[in-house]
Ligand binder design. Structure first.
Ligand SMILES: Cc1cc2nc3c(=O)[nH]c(=O)nc-3n(C[C@H](O)[C@H](O)[C@H](O)COP(=O)(O)OP(=O)(O)OC[C@H]3O[C@@H](n4cnc5c(N)ncnc54)[C@H](O)[C@@H]3O)c2cc1C
Length: 416
């Protein structure tokens, strides 16, 4: 018989997890502070790249930071007032660059996101929006031989895990994406990948289907969690108290606030990113393009072309600084000088990022009736559906297809 499950969060991770749980016959209620798909899952780059198994922190990362911070077109920003607060997270991030940890994280990421296309296609087809999932290669471009060679470790990590790649010279780049500026010397094509043509519509469609299938979504912000002998028994929300039998936390960048209420602190940061969507760019971009040095993606979407990237550490509640979006606009001009920018929108979202680039997935270490799926950082769209399937397997008592040990909630706690 199904359980009564309360799930916090209606981003892609929460909605996908709720969908898989409902499919198993559980009585599932989603509580969310924002309408489905209107928080970080609203505006990402849409990439479903199962090749994206390279953790953010790689050997040599520390040496690159001063260059990133001083380059006006750089991908990283730490607001001065927040620098001290984020230091412990950054220290853990830098420690994650040790070789052994990088290999471990790459294995765990690859295992998680390898089935991303198959999971998303299945969920989207059921929700009547299969058209949103596009199978496609993507292109990675470099302005110099030097920066191309500088990425060799990342490409090896991918290839060692079965990712197929194809080296390209400047002429091949322009054959594939003719409107790309002739400033790129080298590139890499990654076949058999995919993207979502509208991440917001996808999350909303999955949420609507979940409701049609008998699930419930309530607009409630969780303010506190009551814990007793048998684990969590009640949530305090902005619209009253809700009794809980089984709880699943999928609250994106706010999940750390909730796990702290449960006595399980996690080093989770809001790694803020930006996008600019051009509704009439007058460009024909046949596949997503990634500029490795600038850490950004340009993705063709149903509502135009989107450029997305940037990593800004300013705290979860700080107002957006749209100068970061202007940096993306300057990159867009550089990549596609013909871009028509009259009708464009800017956006900021909070990636839920752990310092080792791995999400928190699986059972609570303290409470028998609590499960977690959050902290997917740069890969929450990719990892959302596969994570939901794994958590549903765990709750149903089926053996998850992936070993969940690398994602355990207490991995940063000193061993007792
Ligand atoms: C610029 C940018 C580009 C990106 N590109 C990609 C990409 O191409 N591919 C990819 O895989 N990933 C990408 N990402 C990352 C991806 O968007 C995120 O990892 C993902 O959206 C996180 O989803 P989520 O469901 O965990 O969180 P969110 O979408 O943030 O949802 C969190 C949910 O929790 C709810 N919530 C929070 N606190 C409470 C509370 N106390 N009570 C009730 N509800 C609560 C919120 O209301 C919301 O519904 C990108 C991110 C950014 C910023």
């Amino acid at each position: 018989m199904g359980r009564k499950i309360t799930l916090i969060g209606a981003g892609i991770v929460g909605v996908a997890t709720a969908s898989y749980l409902r499919r198993d016959g559980h009585d599932v209620t989603v509580l969310t502070a924002h309408p489905p798909g209107e928080y970080c899952s609203f505006g990402n780059a849409g990439m479903l790249n199962s090749s994206g198994c390279v953790p953010q922190s790689l050997p040599g990362v520390l040496a690159k930071v001063p260059g990133y911070l001083t380059d006006p077109l750089g991908p990283l920003m730490v607001r001065p007032g927040y620098a001290l607060k984020v230091l412990p997270w950054l220290a853990r991030f830098v420690l994650s660059a040790k070789n052994r940890r990088v290999e471990h994280a790459a294995d765990a990421l690859r295992a998680l996101i390898k089935p991303t296309l198959e999971c998303h296609e299945e969920l989207a087809r059921h929700a009547g929006c299969g058209d949103l999932i596009r199978r496609s290669p993507y292109l990675v471009v470099y302005e110099s031989e030097r920066s191309w060679r500088g990425d060799a470790r990342a490409w090896n990590l991918r290839r060692e895990r079965g990712v197929v790649t194809e080296d390209l010279d400047a002429a091949a780049l322009r054959r594939l994406v003719p409107q790309l500026a002739p400033i790129y010397a080298r590139g890499m094509l990654v076949p058999d990948q995919g993207y979502v043509a509208n991440p917001e519509r996808l999350t909303k469609a999955l949420a609507a289907q979940f409701q049609k299938d008998g699930g419930q979504i309530l607009a409630r912000k969780v303010l506190d969690i009551a814990v007793g002998e048998g684990g969590v028994h009640e949530l305090v929300t902005d619209a009253g108290r809700i009794a809980v039998e089984t709880l699943v936390v999928c609250a994106g960048a706010h999940s750390g606030e909730l796990t702290a209420m449960l006595g399980e602190k996690v080093p989770l940061e809001a790694e803020r990113g930006y996008h600019v969507t051009y509704s009439d760019p007058r460009l024909d971009i046949p596949m997503p393009v990634h500029v490795s040095d600038a850490k950004l993606f340009v993705t063709p979407m149903e509502m135009g072309v989107r450029i997305a990237g940037q990593a800004e550490f300013a705290g979860i509640h700080a107002e957006p600084d749209y100068r970061r979006a202007e940096v993306l606009e300057r990159h867009m001009q550089r990549m596609f000088p013909g871009v028509h920018g009259a009708d464009r929108t800017q956006w900021m979202g909070r990636r839920p990022s752990m310092p080792d680039s791995l999400p928190v997935l699986g059972a609570s270490a303290r409470h028998g009736n609590v499960y977690y799926a959050f902290g997917h950082g740069h890969l929450g769209l990719c990892g959302g559906a596969p994570s939901g399937r794994l958590v549903a397997d765990l709750i149903a008592g089926r053996k998850p297809a992936v070993d969940l040990a690398p994602y355990r909630v207490n991995r940063f706690q000193p061993r007792g």
